[in-house]
Design a protein around this ligand. Sequence first.
Ligand code: FE2
Ligand code: FE2
Length: 323
Amino acid sequence: MKPENYPPTTIYDGETGYLLEWDKQSAVRVRPYKYNCQPTNKNDPKSGNWFFPSALSFLSHPLLAHLTPDQVQELLARNLVSFLEYTTLLEHRIVNRSVEHIVHNCLPVAVPHGMCMDALRIYTDEGYHAVMSADVAHQVSEIFGISQTTRQFSRISRLEALASGFQQQALGWFLIGFVSETAITKEFAKMGRSALVPAVHSMLMDHLSDEWKHSRCFVRMFSYLWPRLTRPEREFCATQLPVIIQECFRLDESLLERDLAALGLDSNVAQTISAERNNETANRLRAKNGASATLHALRECAFFSEPRYVANFAKHGLIDPAG
Ligand SMILES: [Fe+2]
Ligand SMILES: [Fe+2]
């Protein structure tokens, strides 16, 4: 699943950029649009899963042991719709907002032309991912009769609120993109181990193939910036990165409660399951594991050679105090 040479080396490839094969590799340029879910019979168990069961660890909870296979598939479908609606918003309101600061060379360090071009390529990819995600979310909603109201996703609202308070707007938004783009591959990597509905699988795989490259590209961008930042700018990064990482992995329990309620389950069931998985220890562990690629990239840049940065990340439970 992982491309060769992952994780990447820490040098940014100069003037021409890193995504040089974008025109021959990106989903928007070369992948056929094979995301039609209509032929899938939702009542046929052989059709595949509508989302990764492994991503819904709560499915094994004793309080849900009585769910029928059809109810499990509906729960998976509802999670898929939420995930895709969230993805659509994330691409536009978070990732591309971050990328704009690179495209237009607004960062505190002037970046090479190639990096601006890569940011433009990523911007285009993310716009296309939003198209794919919104389309499949709509199709699956129609198949399962899920009402598509305009949903709020607390993670997006929290990230926007965090960003609005940044003293260094462009650098802060870059950090949000860096964390978000290096974290997403971890979420998607679960997909390879589950038999999904073919159209859903195609769409997610095509998205993932782009995201591996984005992740590596963002790591290289960060590696380019880090040695060129001033001390106050580094201090800003060291302070904000753990906060951003934690926000990127905090669960939105309202989604689970809504989905379980839609299946007709008692609200106490959802609240019990939510309370068990949404404690501080679980949140910290989720962030530490989910951000492993981000943390690896920081280590590669010798980010943790400053003991105070180590202490701050350890305080947030993201690394061991020894670094
Ligand atoms: Fe994307
Ligand atoms: Fe991306």
